[in-house]
Design a protein around this ligand. Structure first.
Ligand SMILES: NC(=O)N[C@@H](CC(=O)O)C(=O)O
Ligand SMILES: [Zn+2]
Ligand SMILES: [Zn+2]
Length: 348
């Protein structure tokens, strides 16, 4: 029997959604995560510190009856109207930990995102001054750019100039999917980091498209070819503190995914650290999981590491064919199939 004890992990990128869905998403997250950065792409988006405070209250209320709770760390959603004053308020609060940039139209609920990145430079300057990290969905949305190239082109056109212009700004390129992103982040200074999801470590576009289209593997940025998957595995298991855990667990009801125009997002919160353990075990790098899951994220965010532990056991368990999301059916990753690792001391 193989067991692995880790300092308690945190999730540096997750979508909990809102209202009735919160009870379901929070219950999964509260099994063993210490903290989580909560994505602000609600409708309407979480753009102010006041909205973040009330969203945080709704999350805490949804966890009131659970056997344990995680700490929600809030992020604000950047729009063309975001200003330096709100950045200052966010930095002064003790619960807003980042600001998120969605290029307008790039992903789920990003219609209110940023259309003109250059005009945002005064806001980014304020973030640099007040030391508030910028989290980025790094894809361009130009219709003439192929969907498989959108991350690479974003890095060239937008990320490289931002990093150059704001050398002290802490930046996280979220849910990276390409060798180009790995290379850019590796070669950047220490204030530039990236999150990597479990599904991008476990899957490539063949898994989504060969033998039939699998809508539950569709997410943004979209799965790339195998060579990119291998670059992500290498980065995640390298021990380089620039790469850390962010599940991007992004639930959509089954009917919204099994649809003529299916939504983007993979739900992994029910089995997050277990799926990462599978990926690290397959790479022969279980000894690197703790750094990735429990050390490098808090170090980057300048928060203390957690002090207690979880234990993972290599034993197979069955994922239900269906879960609930605010009263609607939800299809989690591995629905009706097994996961090879399990947390044995959840809720402790
Ligand atoms: N990753 C996704 O495919 N979807 C996310 C949005 C995002 O993180 O881009 C969602 O909110 O559904
Ligand atoms: Zn995104
Ligand atoms: Zn996301």
């Amino acid at each position: 029997m193989t067991e692995l004890t880790l300092l308690r992990p945190d999730d540096w990128h997750v979508h909990l959604r809102d209202n009735d869905a919160l009870r379901d998403t929070c219950a999964d997250m509260a099994r063993y995560f210490g903290r989580a950065i909560i994505m602000p792409n609600l409708t309407p988006p979480v753009t102010t510190v006041a909205q973040a405070a009330s969203y945080r209250d709704r999350i805490l209320a949804a966890m009131a009856n659970l056997p344990r709770q995680f700490e929600p760390l809030m992020a604000l959603y950047l729009t063309d109207q975001s200003d330096a004053e709100e950045v200052k308020r966010a930095a002064a609060s003790d619960f807003v930990h980042a600001v998120k940039l969605y290029p307008a139209g790039a992903t789920t609920n990003s219609a209110a995102g940023v259309a003109d990145l250059d005009s945002l430079y005064p806001t980014l300057a304020a973030m640099e001054e007040h030391d508030l990290p910028l989290l980025i969905h790094g894809e361009v949305t130009d219709t003439d750019i192929d969907i498989f190239d959108r991350e690479k082109v974003f890095i060239e056109r937008h990320l490289a100039p931002i990093v150059q212009r704001f050398p002290q700004l802490r930046v996280v390129l979220e849910h990276i999917t390409t060798a180009d992103a790995v290379d850019f982040v590796s070669q950047s200074p220490a204030n530039v980091a990236a999150t990597i999801t479990a599904h991008h470590l476990l899957l490539n576009r063949n898994d989504m498209l060969v033998g039939g289209i699998r809508p539950h593997y569709f997410c943004l940025p979209v799965l790339k070819r195998n060579s990119h998957q291998q670059a992500l595995i290498k980065a995640a298991t390298s021990g380089d503190p620039k790469f850390f855990l962010g599940t991007d667990s992004a639930p959509h009801a089954t009917a919204a995914k099994e649809n003529d125009c299916g939504c983007a997002g993979v739900y992994t919160a029910h089995a997050a650290i277990e799926l990462y353990a599978e990926a690290f075990a397959a790479a022969g790098a279980l000894d690197k999981l703790e750094g990735f899951a429990s050390h490098f994220g808090p170090d980057f965010y300048r928060l203390p590491r957690n002090s207690d532990h979880i234990t993972l056991r290599q034993q197979s368990w069955q994922v239900p064919a269906q879960q609930a999301l605010g009263g609607k059916p939800l299809t989690p990753m591995r629905a009706g199939q097994s996961v090879g690792w399990q947390v044995v001391n959840e809720h402790e």
